[in-house]
Design a protein around this ligand. Structure first.
Ligand SMILES: Nc1ncnc2c1ncn2[C@@H]1O[C@H](COP(=O)(O)OP(=O)(O)OP(=O)(O)O)[C@@H](O)[C@H]1O
Ligand code: SF4
Ligand SMILES: [Mg+2]
Length: 323
């Protein structure tokens, strides 16, 4: 087993809401009892449909959001136990790339200002020449012209913006990047370029990635390991290459990946049946209402995630046999 950089143990996160203005208080467990080891230097991919808890998990991993239960260990340090100042310092080593890198940035910032902002947040002061050299170098690294640093977000294409999002995440020289659907809003050809860029950066700087996507085909191509989530829980983990899914949900996701238009992929699955409400999960397997293999047992008893041969774990009472 490779070295582990980030370790999640029994991680959960609840969101509270009310049904209507004076209605009953309800709890939604967006991430439910997730344990996972993220290997150093590898790409771990998390895949699942919209709402299954991927972004919540991403934010928990970086402690941008507090957990309701469980813990995150980064390089052996329990993030939950760190005082704010030490956490901020440690954040230099872990950064996030968002689907839309400019949703969080003031559009009045030039690219140069946006790139240098993480240094300011960390209280790192650079001489003017040093800052300029850093920006030039980052623009080279992500394959953009240096002149573009004077532009403003609205002047950039989607692919260029995402390159800036990646450059911004790299300025503090992190070892770990969480990439939350970094290519989901891009055209297929641009998506491929950004994936190639990420692949090159990983090799060059020895980075570790947690890569989040709803596209199992992309995750199998780009990642070393696949983690499949369904309604807040991990239902399967396996090597990305040369492993056939054993969980019926993963199988269905794989069958649904032939839709070439990424804008449509999110909603295309061959699954029928209702997704249970995350507020009111059934007692057994959460996938039972949509699963062609469901039995009485499935409807009453929740399957645990169980390891089988070849680094493969599945949470299913009737997994698909491997050929
Ligand atoms: N701040 C919040 N308050 C209340 N509920 C939330 C909050 N953030 C997320 N949720 C709920 O938690 C669940 C998981 O959401 P999350 O954004 O993590 O899913 P996701 O897998 O990233 O989906 P997508 O593919 O659409 O990005 C959803 O049911 C969502 O409505
Ligand atoms: S436990 Fe049963 S319902 Fe759930 S995925 Fe497996 S076969 Fe389907
Ligand atoms: Mg999301």
């Amino acid at each position: 087993m490779a070295d582990v950089l980030v370790s999640l143990r029994y991680l959960s996160r609840d969101f509270h809401s009310r049904a209507g203005l004076f209605g009953e208080r309800r709890v939604l467990r967006a991430v439910n009892d997730v344990s996972l080891d993220i290997a150093t230097g590898q790409v771990t991919g998390v895949v699942g449909e919209s709402g299954c808890g991927k972004s919540t998990l991403a934010r928990l991993v970086l402690r941008l959001l507090d957990a309701s239960g469980g813990k995150v260990m980064f390089d052996g340090i329990d993030l939950g136990s760190l005082p704010a100042r030490r956490l901020r310092k440690l954040r230099q080593r872990m950064q996030m790339v968002f689907q839309d890198p400019y949703s969080a940035i003031d559009p009045r910032y030039s690219i140069r200002e946006a790139l240098l902002e993480p240094l300011q947040v960390q209280g790192i002061r650079l001489a003017r020449g040093e800052a300029a050299a850093k920006v030039d170098r980052l623009m080279d690294v992500v394959g953009l012209s240096r002149k573009m640093a004077e532009a403003y977000p609205h002047q950039l294409s989607g692919g260029q913006k995402q390159r800036i999002g990646i450059a911004r995440a790299l300025i503090l020289q992190p070892s770990f990047l969480v990439l939350d659907e970094p290519t989901a809003s891009l055209d297929v050809s641009i998506q491929a370029q950004v994936i190639n860029l990420l692949e090159g950066l990983k090799t060059e700087y020895g980075l570790t990635y947690l890569f989040i996507s709803h596209d199992l085909g992309l995750v199998r191509y780009f990642c070393d390991r696949v983690v499949v989530m369904y309604l807040g829980r991990i239902v399967e983990t396996m090597p990305a290459k040369n492993a056939a899914p054993r969980h019926p949900y993963t199988r269905a996701l794989l069958d649904s990946n032939f839709e070439p238009d990424p804008a449509k992929r999110r909603v295309v699955t061959r699954l029928s049946g209702e997704i249970p409400s995350a507020f009111d999960l059934p007692p057994g397997c959460a996938f039972a209402a949509r699963c062609p293999r469901a039995s009485e047992l499935c409807r009453h008893e929740r399957p645990e995630l169980i390891a089988s041969a070849n680094d493969h774990s599945t949470a299913c009472h009737h997994p698909i046999d491997q050929q």
